[in-house]
Write a protein that binds this ligand. Structure first.
Ligand code: CMP
Length: 140
């Protein structure tokens, strides 16, 4: 399997509960390498652009408010099959459906406040990584 890069976000519900280290440990235990990382606070407009693909969904406004409600940690994870592997480590979007041991099963509070985001495909990973990081910031 090819080495891939994927965009990960540790969301405000997790940063506010001081879970960044515990979540990063899950990534590293799964063999994902954190090759770039920064803690930032998004504006609602920045969150809206990031999640533009969901703008017709009923939860879009609530999602953007939530993502701008506190600090997030944006990061690039690298590894073999990193996109699928990260989605496995995160667990299902809805924590009630997430497999035991996954980040969302252990830490997420609801489908909206679900602790982490991860890219879903190589094309979206490339777009999402370039939204937050310049090439010079990615040190594999
Ligand atoms: P994420 O992987 O970041 O991608 C889109 C996000 O929308 C998703 O995680 C959830 O946090 C959020 N989301 C999906 N469905 C709902 C919902 N029914 N209500 C609120 N938020 C949702």
């Amino acid at each position: 399997m090819a080495t891939e890069r994927t965009l990960s976000i540790i969301k405000p519900d997790a940063t506010s509960r001081n879970l960044t280290g515990k979540i990063n440990a899950k990534f590293e235990e799964a063999g994902l390498r954190i090759i770039a990382q920064k803690r930032i606070k998004l504006t609602k407009a920045q969150a809206g652009t990031f999640y533009e693909v969901h703008k017709e969904r009923p939860f879009y406004d609530e999602l953007c408010d939530f993502m701008a409600s506190g600090p997030v940690v944006v990061q690039v994870l690298e590894g073999e099959g990193a996109i699928a592997k990260n989605r496995e480590v995160m667990g299902a979007t809805n924590p009630a459906e997430a497999a035991p041991g996954t980040i969302r099963a252990e830490f997420a509070e609801s489908v909206g406040e679900n602790s982490v985001h991860g890219s879903d495909a190589p094309e979206t990973a490339a777009v999402e990584i370039s939204y937050f990081f310049a090439g010079i910031e990615l040190v594999g």
